[in-house]
Design a protein around this ligand. Structure first.
Ligand SMILES: *[C@@H]1O[C@H](CO)[C@@H](O)[C@H](O)[C@H]1NC(C)=O
Ligand SMILES: *[C@@H]1O[C@H](CO)[C@@H](O)[C@H](O)[C@H]1NC(C)=O
Ligand SMILES: *[C@@H]1O[C@H](CO)[C@@H](O)[C@H](O)[C@H]1NC(C)=O
Length: 318
């Protein structure tokens, strides 16, 4: 008859008769003992939440150069990564690898430029599910330039430069980086390049027939180059070894990658000499002593067992 006695206690309690004081105390304590654990859990949860919020704030503040206050904390310069790409067996695999890196970079805008007469469905579908801010462009390389010794990606990088000049203004803060799809990028690289004032440079791994190439730095200034070949170039540097402030791209509207008179390996040097001088280069990655990007290249796939005609009953996008 527990239920009955409980009801009785409550009804007597509401009448405040002195005889029910003991029952009231018991009830009070039972409420406290039930509520206390929940109260503790609540306090712990609030504490953890505030600590996380503080961590988040200090993490953002730790970004170099962003100490100027709240408005700059929310307005990180946007990294515009320009990736020329063309249809081949490993295309989607390469783009997937890049995308998985880029998706983790805050304030990032991916400009993917296809070497094609029109944007392909494969790349359009891929970008729609990529989960990052992007612009999908296309620019076809003329047939006469599609030779083995001819530089790749020229028209595509220029298409991206045209897009930036048409769609971005003096009010936009950002940095432009040429991110080919056959490299591997450390996340640290993007925070190094983000605060580029003019043109910044850093080492590149597995390039030029060497384990790495790098600008040589003395007293915080570039004074020479450690490079595998073409040391006669004014800027003997790989496409993955530099970034340009968006305002420099806008302020030099004629600066483009050149096709005429530009041999493979001269593209970077030709472009950079249009916008900067060696002594103005900003060395990143610990005065150019750390490798944060690698020219990995994917091995050409051998599809010697591919049946012709296709034997599968469905068409699969690879
Ligand atoms: C960017 O500029 C191009 C060329 O002027 C224009 O056609 C396009 O609509 C612009 N795109 C955006 C997103 O503003
Ligand atoms: C840049 O911002 C200023 C002030 O907000 C505005 O007046 C101007 O129209 C903007 N310019 C462009 C090109 O968007
Ligand atoms: C780079 O070198 C300069 C001059 O020697 C020095 O002041 C600066 O702290 C160095 N930067 C880094 C990140 O080590």
């Amino acid at each position: 008859m527990r239920g009955d006695s409980g009801r009785a206690a409550r009804s007597t309690g509401s009448q405040c008769s002195p005889g029910s004081a003991g029952t009231m105390r018991t009830l009070f304590y039972s409420y406290i003992f039930t509520a206390l654990p929940w109260l503790l859990i609540l306090i712990i949860m609030i504490d953890v939440d505030t600590r996380r919020a503080i961590q988040r704030r200090t993490h953002l503040r730790a970004v170099p150069g962003s100490g100027a206050g709240a408005e700059r904390r929310t307005a990180l310069p946007v990294i515009y990564a320009v990736t020329p790409t063309y249809a081949r067996d490993v295309q989607k695999a390469e783009l997937t690898r890049l995308c998985n890196t880029f998706r983790q970079v805050p304030a990032f805008h991916w400009i993917v430029v296809e070497d094609a007469r029109a944007r392909t469905d494969l790349v359009a579908r891929f970008l729609a599910r990529a989960g990052l801010r992007h612009t999908h462009l296309h620019a076809a390389t003329l047939l006469r330039y599609k030779r083995p010794r001819s530089p790749r990606g020229t028209e595509q990088r220029n298409a991206a430069l045209h897009w930036l000049r048409a769609n971005r203004s003096r009010n936009d803060s950002g940095v432009v980086f040429f991110a080919d799809d056959d490299n591997t990028y450390s996340l640290e690289l993007f925070e190094e390049m983000r605060w580029t004032r003019h043109v910044s440079v850093w080492p590149v791994g597995l390039v030029g027939g060497r384990r790495y190439e790098r600008p040589l730095v003395e007293n915080g200034m570039v004074v020479g180059w450690y490079t595998g070949w073409g040391a006669g170039r004014l800027f003997p540097i790989d496409m993955a070894g530099f970034a340009v402030n968006l305002q420099v791209v806008l302020a030099n509207p004629k600066a483009l990658f050149k096709r005429h008179g530009s041999k493979p390996g001269m593209q970077e040097s030709d472009f950079l000499r249009q916008i900067t001088r060696v002594r103005d280069l900003e060395p990143k990655a610990n005065n150019c002593t750390r490798v944060l990007v690698w020219h990995t290249r994917t091995e050409k796939v051998k599809l010697t067992n591919e049946p012709d005609p296709l034997l599968d009953s469905v068409t699969i996008e690879v």
